[in-house]
Design a binder for this molecule. Structure first.
Ligand code: ATP
Ligand code: MG
Length: 294
């Protein structure tokens, strides 16, 4: 964990709904506990970070808004950008530059991780990014490299290149993938690790399998449960429910093993917490757990 928290930028990505925001906040709490000046940057999130952990500094980035702002800055004239803003020409220009939104978003995130942010804002030791789901997260990480290749000369290309080398520097940037113990999310995580290596030549620092059901029974206890016959209908129903839950946990643990075999990054798990919507207390619990395991 300490090596993860010693980086300057931590990108948390993973399948939609896997627990990216939860894990980003849990990491943020752990970093703050280590005395780090930490900022959690929520990219196209719903502001959940600040409601879960109001004491953490949070920054919300809306990619589309960031792109408009960047274009205004590039054009140096708010009026011109304003005029162009509503026109189809403006739309055409930005649509013609694939990955521009991702590049600008990454630029904002990168800036937060600098000791002297260009925006002149406060400096942080660590920026944790609650990134968009895997596909978009990968696009965001790839955009600077793509731009530094297509715009070799000029300020945009140079800036993109700086961001790209920062992302590829394992001492400065870490990538954490959040998965669920299910078939598709496991496949997606395996694919993500490969794509990251293929396109960026960087590795995933850690994989967190979130919301894993605990195994409540030992094999012997299971056999005894299965052997029980008779009893009231209620008792049998309760037993069937317990066994079903147990089989589910076993299936999940099988997925975790499959993930471990198919990836090179260290894989850790977080327990499922039985609450309809995780609150502050639950996230703190997960934070302690992560700290112990990473
Ligand atoms: N370990 C856990 N146990 C139980 N519930 C969890 C756990 N982790 C997250 N959740 C719940 O699952 C839901 C999704 O979590 P979260 O918002 O962190 O995922 P996400 O990957 O950020 O989602 P999105 O892709 O929508 O941004 C939330 O309701 C959260 O409270
Ligand atoms: Mg989220």
């Amino acid at each position: 964990m300490s090596s993860l928290l010693d980086k300057r930028l931590l990108v948390v990505t993973g399948k939609g709904g896997a627990g990216k925001t939860t894990v980003a906040v849990a990491l943020g709490l752990a970093a703050a506990g280590h005395g780090k000046r930490v900022v959690v940057c929520e990219v196209s999130g719903g502001g959940r970070v600040s409601s879960l952990a109001p004491e953490l500094t949070t920054v919300a980035v809306d990619p589309e808004e960031a792109k408009r702002e960047w274009l205004r800055y590039q054009l140096r004239s708010r009026t011109l950008a304003g005029v162009l803003g509503g026109s189809s020409m403006f739309q055409y220009l930005t649509a013609a530059a694939p990955g521009l939104t991702e590049l600008v978003t990454m630029g904002k995130v990168w800036d937060l991780a600098q000791l002297e942010p260009r925006t002149g804002g406060p400096a942080f030791d660590l920026a944790i990014v609650d990134a968009p789901a895997t596909g978009h997260g990968l696009a965001m990480l790839r955009a600077p490299g793509t731009y530094s290749n297509i715009a070799r000369v000029g300020p945009v290309g140079r800036h993109a290149e700086r961001i790209d080398s920062f992302l590829r520097d394992a001492r400065q940037t870490g990538v954490l993938a959040v998965a669920l113990p299910e078939e598709m999310p496991v496949n997606e995580t395996v694919e993500f690790e490969r794509a990251l290596a293929r396109h960026l030549d960087i590795s995933v620092d850690a994989i967190v399998v979130n919301a894993v059901h605990p195994a409540r029974f030992r094999p012997e206890e299971c056999r005894r449960l299965e052997a029980v016959a008779g009893g009231s209908r209620v008792a049998r129903a309760a037993m069937e429910a317990a066994l079903q839950e147990h089989r589910r946990a076993r299936g999940e643990h099988g997925q975790v093993r499959r993930l471990r075999r198919a990836t090179t990054a260290p894989v850790t798990t977080l327990p499922r917490i039985f609450e309809p919507e995780l609150g502050r207390h639950a996230v703190e619990r997960l934070s302690i757990e992560l700290e112990r395991k990473l």
